[in-house]
Design a protein around this ligand. Structure first.
Ligand code: ADP
Ligand code: MG
Ligand code: MG
Length: 893
């Protein structure tokens, strides 16, 4: 016989907290509390397996369920000393509560006071000595039952209640007398009759099974299905149903109900925290009908509340509640969120679960619990959610501030920023020079906007995804960014930003929340991140566990020092082309690319050399003692072409030629698919002098800093290798330049030459490439594009619908596609190691800072991940969690 029903109460229980899959979070924890000897009204849980049976057997129950429910009800009656459906005192009333494994809005709400009918309400009135309470309970029951079981909306009843109060000149529900509630019960029942064509069900058994069926049925309602899809909850999990003896917080002034947290959920402070109401039931505390009161005096003082604290009003019960708090927290070794009710000076616990908390609270609680000895360092590290850590590194919107939302885009780069709207990068720079704070607002951004992006407080685009240019660059700079806000419209000509009906002009102030993707009107107050002791402590613990090293993608001195402050262990990707966009240099870059002879190209490159060398000197100085991977020029020359006539003229002048020649050359270099065109090592093979200049700049910089006693390990990285011969030719070139520099300067230094693996072909022939390559760095952005055969610039139109439809689980540019791209990474690792067992393996795509992808990198045995500076702490945490075999996900009830 299958056991479908599990009882709890009276100091014992058939379930345990580990049985969440079967009993749901609420049921499992009620059972656990009962076993711990905490006062819990007796009850029973109908398992999630019944839900599965119910949905797959056209809404019917297992044949032996009714018998098990009856037996369990008899058990509850014995413990509580009342009878369900009795016509004499003592009565047993119950609540019917849903409870899935994970807390799930969209499920049926709770029904309280079930079992009341026209007869039992009189018995309750007489024996409780409080007719007002009895009739109030009955009308609440009718209202809740109708709402969730019979589909008669609550507002019908609210209207009746309001018009009654108006007629009687009453303001608050508490003004109503027993007589008032009696009249209303009658009116409520008439209303039900009107809607259903039959009376409100009087038989308690019918009421019970109606409520049970409604809970199970709500598992398949549209709201719940949508919620599950969005949160990746499988539909076969099912929900459990809890039937529990009612206790009453609304029987007089020695009664109360409340919610509390073992620690403060917004600050994490180790202070008991909560709210309660005297003479109230169920959801009254959170419903906002009356202002709830603080629990402790400490809390009352810190909030400056005038209302009496429970510590003052009900001291013995407060002491009992504190004891329960201590017991539950040390039992679960985590912050708990609890619900309680006091009936005539007796405390009852109705729920406990792991409490939701802000990022700051999560950090503080994890660190303090470890220091208190409640959990060990490994557990503290496991508890921290990498996404929450991310929030701590940036300014956040003040949760208490008023907000007017204009629209929403993708949360592309966390942090909150306010500033005046400008529509071009040039204006951003000009305004910033005048000391103004600006939000660069564009349809999309391109490499030419980099200067404006650097000075902007925040970046807003109306097109593009999580890996659009704006998003990637903003994350790299740690600048808040909302990307692809499709419901906003930018009109460059009119210089307006339109959001719904609102038209904003250049200079108007907006606020971006890069953590949620919201675009808000005006300046919204922010709270600044605090790199407090707790953060430092946790990061120290993190480093004790991880085996994967974490490097940064950085090229500017600012990025490099930010990354070092965040604890990076070298640079995994220095994109040399980012150094080319500087206005002083772009002209020489253009001069170089319009050149038609090697001689002319070399002349332009000579001008670039000192800049590039100086960049490396600065970078190496900051990264003293650490490895620095430098990628040779990668983007298609196409990207550097002059666009405007003025640009063309300027280039012509610098190159000593005429505009027509420049125009012709630009047309010649134009490409249809530049990302699959003349780029990466293909440039180095066809124009070796470009890579030669870069190699010289690197090695001369190494020699120069070496004179000051600074040692770095440069790793020369050749991008977009597809065939071994490309690699071999360019390695020869790099080696030759290194030798020349050593001979010329007399310096001796070590260096490595390796490649990016970012084409499927390279992954497949990795064994051959490894004959010459000393390291591989997986460029998973390009590898994803080329493996999937899609362009990240154009994929937005279908990648989002694809995720909504469940065709792909997530954006492959955010979280590595383990099945496809990951398989190529594995193959390349295997084949590379076969040729060169000590080959250094790393990853430098955007994925390097994505926790799930970091787990993958750990599992295939890479030696490091490289990510943007602000993601370094996140990658360190994710690497530690991967080593601990876990991942910072909280369970809820
Ligand atoms: P939710 O999942 O929305 O929190 P609950 O099932 O916890 O719903 O019920 C909401 C509230 O109803 C509880 O906080 C509690 O105050 C009240 N409640 C539920 N069951 C009982 C009961 N048996 N006796 C008294 N109050 C109850
Ligand atoms: Mg609850
Ligand atoms: Mg690439």
């Amino acid at each position: 016989m299958t056991k479908w029903v599990y009882t709890f109460g009276g100091g014992k229980a058939e379930g345990r907290s580990e049985m969440k899959n079967l009993l749901g979070g609420k049921g499992a924890n009620l059972a656990e509390m009962a076993s711990l000897g905490i006062p819990v009204p007796a009850g029973f849980t109908i398992s999630t397996e019944v839900c599965t049976y119910f949905t797959s057997n056209s809404e019917t129950y297992p044949p032996d369920l009714e018998e098990q429910v009856n037996a369990a009800m008899a058990e509850v009656e014995k413990v509580m000393g009342g009878k369900f459906g009795a016509k004499t005192w003592p009565l047993l009333l119950v609540s019917v509560r849903s409870g899935a494994r994970a807390s799930m809005p969209g499920m049926m709400d709770t029904v309280l006071n079930l079992g009341l009918n026209d007869e039992s309400v009189e018995i309750l009135a007489k024996n409780s000595g409080d007719a007002r309470f009895a009739y109030d309970s009955y009308r609440r029951f009718i209202q809740m039952y109708c709402n969730v079981v019979l589909d008669v909306d609550s507002h019908h009843f609210e209207t009746l209640l309001e018009s009654h109060k108006e007629k009687q000149g009453q303001t608050f529900d508490t003004d109503l007398t027993a007589e008032d509630w009696k009249i209303l019960v009658k009116a409520f029942k008439n209303e039900v009759h009107k809607h259903l064509g039959k009376p409100f069900p009087q038989d308690p058994k019918e009421q019970l099974w109606g409520a049970i069926g409604a809970v199970f049925g709500s598992w398949m309602n549209k709201r719940a299905i949508t919620y599950r899809r969005l949160h990746g909850i499988p539909s076969d999990w099912g929900t459990a149903v809890n039937v529990q003896a009612m206790v009453f917080g609304n029987m007089g002034d020695d009664c109360a109900t409340g919610v509390c947290f073992t620690r403060n959920p917004s600050t994490g402070e180790n202070l008991f925290y909560g709210e309660y109401l005297v003479n109230a039931q169920g959801e009254d505390v959170v419903a906002g009908i009356r202002t709830p009161q603080p629990l402790s005096l400490a809390e009352k003082n810190s909030m400056g509340s005038e209302l009496p604290a429970m510590e003052e009003v009900l001291p013995p019960l407060y002491t009992q509640l504190v004891a329960v708090r201590d017991k539950l927290e040390s039992h679960y070794t985590d912050m708990q969120d609890m619900e309680f009710t006091i009936q005539q000076n007796k405390l009852w616990m109705l729920q406990t679960r792991t409490g939701k908390r802000t990022s700051q609270a999560a950090l503080k609680i994890a660190v303090e619990m470890c220091e208190e000895g409640m959990i060990d360092k490994a557990e503290a590290v496991r508890r921290m959610d990498p996404a929450q850590l991310d929030q701590l590194l940036h300014p956040m919107l003040d949760p208490k501030a008023a907000k007017e939302v204009l629209g929403k885009g993708l949360p592309a780069s966390p942090g909150a920023a306010s500033g005046q709207i400008v529509f071009t990068a040039d204006e951003a720079e000009a305004w910033a020079k005048d000391g103004k704070k600006v939000i660069l607002t564009r349809i999309e951004t391109s490499p030419e906007d980099i200067g404006g992006m650097h000075v902007a407080e925040g970046i807003l685009t109306t097109r593009g995804g999580m890996t659009s240019h704006a998003a990637v660059v903003a994350r790299g700079m740690g600048t808040p960014c909302v990307a692809g806000a499709g419901d906003l419209r930018v009109d460059y000509a009119a210089k307006t930003l339109t959001a719904g009906g609102v038209v904003l002009k250049e200079g108007d102030v907006i606020t971006l929340d890069g953590a949620s993707g919201q675009v808000l009107k005006g300046e919204v107050p922010k709270i600044l991140p605090e790199m407090t002791g707790d953060f430092g402590k946790l990061m120290e613990w993190v480093d004790e566990f991880r085996t994967l090293k974490v490097r940064a993608n950085a090229e500017t001195p600012l990025d490099a020092s930010t990354a070092r402050n965040f604890g990076c262990e070298g640079i995994g990707l220095c994109r040399t082309e980012h150094m080319f966009f500087d206005p002083q240099r772009i002209i020489h870059v253009r001069e170089m690319i319009v050149a038609t002879t090697e001689e002319a190209r070399r002349a332009a490159l000579e001008k670039l050399l000192p800049y590039q060398r100086q960049d490396f000197v600065e970078l190496f100085t900051i990264m003293a003692g650490l490895p620095v991977t430098i990628r040779f020029l990668d983007p298609p020359l196409h990207e550097f072409l002059p666009h405007t006539d003025a640009d063309m003229a300027e280039v012509a002048k610098a190159a000593g030629t005429d505009v027509a020649t420049v125009k012709a050359r630009a047309a010649q270099l134009h490409e249809t698919n530049p990302m699959l065109g003349h780029r990466g090592c293909r440039l180095g093979v066809t124009y070796p002098e470009i890579y030669e200049m870069q190699a010289r700049a690197i090695f001369e910089a190494v020699a120069e800093v070496g004179k000051k006693g600074i040692k770095v390990l440069p790793e020369a990285m050749l991008p977009l290798i597809a065939v071994k011969a490309e690699f071999d030719r360019l390695k020869q070139l790099v080696d030759r330049v290194a030798k020349e520099v050593m001979e010329r300067t007399g310096a001796k230094f070590d260096y490595m030459v390796g490649t990016m693996i970012e084409l499927p072909r390279a992954a497949l022939v990795a064994d051959k490439i490894a004959e010459g390559a000393e390291f591989f760095s997986f460029g998973t952005n390009d590898l994803t594009q080329t493996t999937y055969g899609l362009s990240r610039d154009d994929a937005g139109n279908f990648l989002v619908p694809y995720q909504d439809l469940g065709v792909i689980p997530n954006d492959p540019f955010v979280t590595i596609d383990q099945e496809g791209v990951g398989e190529l990474v594995k193959i390349a690792c295997e084949r590379g190691r076969k040729t060169r067992p000590d080959i250094k393996l790393g990853i430098c795509g955007e994925h390097g800072g994505d926790p799930a992808s970091v787990h993958f990198c750990h599992s295939v045995g890479l030696s490091y991940v490289s990510c943007s500076p602000y993601r370094v702490p996140i990658a360190r945490l994710a690497a530690a969690q991967a080593a601990l075999g876990s991942g910072g996900v909280h369970s809820t009830a």
